[in-house]
Design a protein around this ligand. Structure first.
Ligand code: DX5
Ligand code: ZN
Length: 220
């Protein structure tokens, strides 16, 4: 699955930007980066903008909450109709009950780990989640370089899923482009967030299709 990140889109034309990646062969998920300028040193958008975006797109919306106190805020995004709501392991206080709350509100629950966070510490909690988002850059900004050393985490998560220890979708986020997606796919990722590689292209929908073809080929 390819999840274009609207962080690299034109925020004055979000409806049009969502449409540009939609349609047949287009985006599987639309990735929305919610940043609060506390958990990460950047500020983007919040629930009112997500609510408006949900009204104008049929693409399942994937909310990546880079915020403090996600236990309090995550359920609002699920109630609004987001398809997947991801909280950060480094910010969440009660990961299990937050996952249950997100699911009870009708969304899939995701847990994200920053580059310095050890996957092994979160395996138990991940049994309550539907998505594992492995950051392949430090969260906060688009256009950064892919951290290839995160592929060990992806391979380890892939093994846990393949052996039935976890049932999460493995998503990678940060620096995914034509030069890096094959490594991430070969390591076992299922879902690829791409901001600048999609919205920086002349034809974002074609970029989505090209990335998916590369990923499918590399996954074998
Ligand atoms: C970064 C965000 C990413 C960002 C990725 O903190 O979580 O979703 O949009 O952008 P690229 O694909 O440009 O690295
Ligand atoms: Zn993101």
């Amino acid at each position: 699955m390819i999840a274009p990140s609207i962080l690299s889109a034109d925020f004055a034309h979000l409806a049009d930007e969502a449409h540009r990646v939609g349609g047949a062969g287009g985006a599987d998920w639309l990735h929305v980066d919610v940043m609060d300028n506390h958990f990460v040193p950047n500020l983007t958008l919040g629930l009112p903008v997500v609510q408006s975006l949900l009204k104008v797109t049929d693409i399942p919306v994937d909310c990546h909450l880079m915020i403090d106190d996600p236990d309090r805020w995550a359920v609002g995004f699920a109630e609004a109709g987001a398809y997947n709501v991801t909280v950060h392991a480094e910010a969440v206080r009660d990961p299990i009950s937050t996952a249950l709350d997100i699911r009870a509100a009708g969304a899939r629950a995701g847990l994200s780990i920053k580059p310095d966070t050890d996957l092994d510490d979160w395996v138990e909690a991940l049994r309550s989640y539907d998505t594992l988002l492995i950051m392949t850059v430090e969260p906060g900004f688009g256009g950064q370089s892919f951290l290839a050393e995160m592929m060990d985490k992806v391979r380890s998560a892939r093994r846990m899923v393949d052996t039935g220890h976890l049932t999460v979708v493995i998503e990678v986020d940060g620096g995914i482009n034509a030069d890096t997606i094959e490594q991430a796919a070969a390591a076992g990722a299922d879902c690829f967030v791409a901001g600048s590689a999609v919205y920086g292209a002349d034809d974002p929908a074609a970029a989505v299709r090209a990335l998916r073809e590369q990923a499918v080929r590399a996954r074998g």
